[in-house]
Design a binder for this molecule. Structure first.
Ligand SMILES: Cc1cc2nc3c(=O)[nH]c(=O)nc-3n(C[C@H](O)[C@H](O)[C@H](O)COP(=O)(O)OP(=O)(O)OC[C@H]3O[C@@H](n4cnc5c(N)ncnc54)[C@H](O)[C@@H]3O)c2cc1C
Length: 389
C-alpha cells in the first residue's frame, strides 16, 4: 500500500490545477493525481467550448474568472516562453429580451462593481457596433470589450500536466472505485486494479462524476452529468469582430477559426442526469431549436452548413448551478472542487489556487471561496448563479 499526503481524484483541469498550485504554494508533501482516462477523451475539460467571461451574476464568480484571466495574461511568465493557449479576447455579447432586461441590468451592475469592462448597449448602439446582428426582440445587450473570449482547452490542460512532470507529482492511471472512511476522516482510495492508496487528504476533482465519487465516501453531493451538445457549422460570411453571442433564447454561438460553433437552449423538460456513456450529439436540438434562432439573429446565417458535432457532460450542480469548493464541514480531509455547471474550465485555475492555499496555509488568500462551501448543500441554501450558459 502506498501512502500520499494528497490524493486527487480526477486529473483534468481542476485536479491538475490543484496539484500545480500546491507546489507553487510550497507544499512539499506527496501528491498522487489519479486519472482513469489519461487521453481525456470524455472529460468535460476537453469537450468544452473553452470560453471565459466576466459576465456572471455573482461577484464571487466574476472574481474566479478574473484570477484565471490574470493567469492567461501572464502565461509565459508562469509556464515558459513557448506557452500558448490561443486566447482570443473577442468578448461575449449577451442579449436580453424586454423580460430579461432587469436581470441583465442587475448583472451588469455587479460586473461593473468588480471592475469588469462590460458595456450595456441599446439596440441602436448594438446595430452600429455589429452590422451583422438583427436586434429583433432585443431590449439590450451586454458586451465585454476586454477580459472575455475563448482559448484552446486541451492546450491549457497540457500546460499544467507538462509543468507537473518536474514537480514530483505521481500520475496514477486508474479508476477510484472505493474510498475508505473511519468516522469523520477519509483514509484512502482503492483503485480498480486492486491497489490502495492511503491518503492524508482526498480531493474530489472528478467533474461530472463527482457526485458518484463523493458517494464512495458516503457523502451526498448533488452533482451529476448533464449532456450538452456542440455543433460546428460553416458559413460563407466571416465576421472578424464576432464575440461569443448569447441569444435571449439561450442559444450561443462563436467563431472557431474558419468555422463557427453553437449550442445551448436545451429544453428544461427532459434535462436530467445523462447516461455516463452517452456522448451522442442531440441533432434534433440543432435542427428544431438552434438553426432557426441562428437564421433570425444573424440574417447572413440563413444559409449555413452544419458539418459535425460533439457532446460532453456538464458537471451540473442541481441545487444552484454553482461550484462547491472547499472541505466537507465534518469529514474535513475530503475537499471538493466540483459542480461548476458549465463554467468550470475558466474557474479551474482559481479553484486550484484556492484549494492549494487552503491545504498549504490553512485558509484562502487570493480568492475567497467560502461562499461556495459545502454547508449550503445540507441546508438547501442555494447560492444561485443566474448566468448559466
Ligand atoms: C459542452 C461543454 C461546454 C463547456 N463550455 C465551457 C466554457 O465555455 N467555459 C467554461 O469555463 N467551462 C465550460 N464547460 C464546463 C467545463 O468544461 C467543466 O466545468 C470543467 O472542465 C470541469 O473540469 P474538471 O477537471 O472538474 O472535470 P473533467 O474535465 O470532467 O475532469 C474530471 C476527470 O476526472 C476523471 N475521473 C472521474 N471519476 C474518476 C474516478 N472514479 N477515478 C479516476 N478518475 C476519475 C475523469 O476521467 C475526468 O478526466 C463546458 C462543458 C461542456 C460539457
Amino acid at each position: 500500500m502506498a501512502r500520499y499526503d494528497i490524493v486527487i481524484v480526477g486529473g483534468a483541469i481542476v485536479g491538475s490545477a490543484v496539484a500545480w498550485y500546491l507546489r507553487e504554494e510550497g507544499f512539499s508533501g506527496s501528491i498522487a493525481l489519479v486519472e482513469r482516462d489519461p487521453q481525456f477523451a470524455h472529460s468535460a475539460t476537453t469537450l468544452s467550448c473553452a470560453s471565459i467571461r466576466q459576465q456572471f451574476s455573482i461577484p464571487e464568480n466574476i472574481r474566479l474568472s478574473q484570477f484565471t484571466l490574470g493567469l492567461f495574461r501572464h502565461l509565459t511568465e508562469t509556464f515558459g516562453a513557448d506557452a500558448d493557449i490561443g486566447f482570443r479576447e473577442n468578448g461575449y455579447l449577451i442579449l436580453a429580451s424586454p423580460e430579461g432586461l432587469p436581470v441583465l441590468t442587475a448583472n451588469h451592475r455587479a460586473q461593473m462593481a468588480e471592475g469588469a469592462d462590460i458595456v450595456l448597449e441599446n439596440p441602436a448602439e448594438l446595430s452600429r457596433r455589429f452590422a451583422w446582428l438583427s436586434t429583433e426582440g432585443v431590449a439590450a445587450g451586454a458586451y465585454g470589450r476586454s477580459g472575455e473570449g475563448w482559448f484552446d482547452a486541451h492546450a491549457l490542460l497540457m500546460l499544467f500536466r507538462k509543468a507537473l512532470r518536474n514537480r514530483a507529482v505521481d500520475f496514477v492511471t486508474a479508476s477510484v472505485v472505493a474510498i475508505g472512511r473511519e468516522g469523520n476522516r477519509v483514509t484512502g482510495v482503492t483503485l480498480d486494479d486492486g491497489r490502495r492508496l492511503e491518503a492524508g487528504i482526498v480531493v474530489n476533482a472528478a467533474g461530472p462524476n463527482a457526485g458518484k465519487v463523493a458517494a464512495l465516501a458516503r457523502i451526498a453531493l448533488p452533482v451529476e452529468p448533464r449532456k450538452r451538445s456542440v455543433f460546428v457549422f460553416e458559413a460563407r460570411d466571416k465576421f472578424a469582430d464576432m464575440p461569443l453571442l448569447v441569444d435571449p433564447s439561450g442559444v450561443y454561438l462563436r467563431p472557431e477559426g474558419s468555422v463557427y460553433i453553437t449550442g445551448g437552449a436545451e429544453p428544461e423538460a427532459g434535462d436530467g442526469p445523462a447516461d455516463p456513456a452517452d456522448f451522442d450529439p442531440d441533432w434534433p436540438l440543432f435542427e428544431e431549436v438552434i438553426w432557426p434562432v441562428l437564421a433570425t439573429r444573424i440574417p447572413a446565417f440563413e444559409a449555413i452548413r452544419p458539418t459535425r458535432a460533439w457532446a460532453g457532460h456538464y458537471d451540473y450542480n442541481t441545487l444552484d448551478q454553482n461550484g462547491v469548493i472547499g472541505p466537507h464541514p465534518e469529514v474535513t480531509n475530503f475537499l471538493f472542487g466540483n459542480g461548476f455547471s458549465g463554467h468550470g474550465l475558466q474557474q479551474a485555475p482559481a479553484v486550484g489556487k484556492a484549494l492549494a492555499e487552503l491545504i498549504a496555509h490553512g485558509g484562502y488568500r487570493s480568492v475567497d471561496c467560502s461562499a461556495f462551501g459545502y454547508q449550503r448543500i445540507p441546508e438547501q441554501r442555494a447560492f444561485r448563479e443566474l448566468n448559466v450558459i
